[in-house]
Design a protein around this ligand. Structure first.
Ligand SMILES: Cc1cc2nc3c(=O)[nH]c(=O)nc-3n(C[C@H](O)[C@H](O)[C@H](O)COP(=O)(O)OP(=O)(O)OC[C@H]3O[C@@H](n4cnc5c(N)ncnc54)[C@H](O)[C@@H]3O)c2cc1C
Length: 244
């Protein structure tokens, strides 16, 4: 029986696992992280790489380590200059963020607790949890963390289903598993979406097909510093929230 099973080895899963290990709340052999990929944060790396995102959308204090300034200290130790931080909130470069994550993953030896698999059910059995995977494995644990996100649940509108059926390989969701290589697209290319992913993608595609990319959105650009108020990820808002 494991003490903890973390379901989903993305950013949240790795953050929780590294916290549990570093704070001595669990030993590596008593922890399992279940995720369908071979390595931690695979899905994150793939999605951010494909759209050509250079800098994170979140400030430098948000990363997978325990100490909020861990990433900044890492950059200093590795002699990585200011060019790896953007703006007043010091948003880190994707390269720096990923390298720092790798260093934490190595430091706590996350691979030792890694279990490749896709969870299909969780059942409560008296004092413990029974977790079943697609391959028919059963893992038992005292505590469960669910960190599967919604990133794998693609939002494909009804009208796009018909288009995809009529024009296979010509209409795709940018985050679908078997996406064709972007450089093999036949221009002109249309990007539909009004958020930051659409903007990143349009910039990347425009460098591949100059003047042959257009962005379709239903509202003017909405410019904000972050995806969501980062105050909710730290003491700024949470201190007050926990008091009430
Ligand atoms: C292009 C892009 C850029 C982004 N940039 C930022 C940013 O700069 N800053 C920021 O804070 N946020 C950013 N986000 C949001 C970002 O996705 C989240 O912050 C982060 O990835 C969430 O981490 P997570 O672990 O919850 O999800 P994910 O990173 O998606 O990880 C979830 C993991 O759970 C696995 N999983 C799913 N279902 C199961 C199952 N049943 N069994 C086992 N494993 C399962 C998935 O395969 C995946 O590996 C960005 C998102 C995108 C798409």
């Amino acid at each position: 029986m494991y003490d903890w099973i973390v379901i989903g080895g993305g950013i949240h899963g790795c953050t929780i696992a590294s916290f549990l290990l570093k704070s001595g709340k669990v030993r590596a052999e008593k922890l399992r992280i279940i995720d369908p990929y071979d390595e931690p944060m695979y899905s994150w790396k793939k999605k951010t790489e494909i759209i050509g995102m250079e800098f994170l959308r979140s400030p430098s204090v948000h990363h997978i380590d325990v100490d909020p300034f861990s990433l900044q200290k890492y950059a200093y130790k590795e002699n990585l200059g200011k060019r790896h931080f953007y703006g007043i909130y010091k948003r880190p470069s994707l390269q720096l963020f990923n390298e720092h994550s790798e260093s934490i993953i190595k430091e706590v030896d996350l691979q030792r607790s890694w279990h490749k698999g896709f969870v299909i059910s969780i059942e409560k059995e008296q004092e413990y949890w029974k977790v079943s995977t697609e391959k028919g494995e059963i893992l038992i644990a005292k505590n469960i963390v669910l960190s599967i996100s919604i990133n794998n649940q693609l939002n494909i509108p009804d009208w796009a289903h018909q288009l995809r059926a009529d024009l296979p390989n010509r209409v795709s969701h940018i985050f679908e598993e078997n996406l064709v290589h972007l450089s093999s697209l036949i221009p002109p290319v249309g990007v539909i979406g009004g958020g930051i992913t659409a903007a990143h993608l349009t910039v990347k595609l425009s460098s591949l097909f100059p003047g042959k990319v257009f962005l379709i959105k239903r509202h003017p650009f909405r410019i904000c510093d972050f995806d969501s108020d980062p105050g909710w990820l730290g003491p700024k808002n949470l201190k007050f929230y926990h008091k009430n």
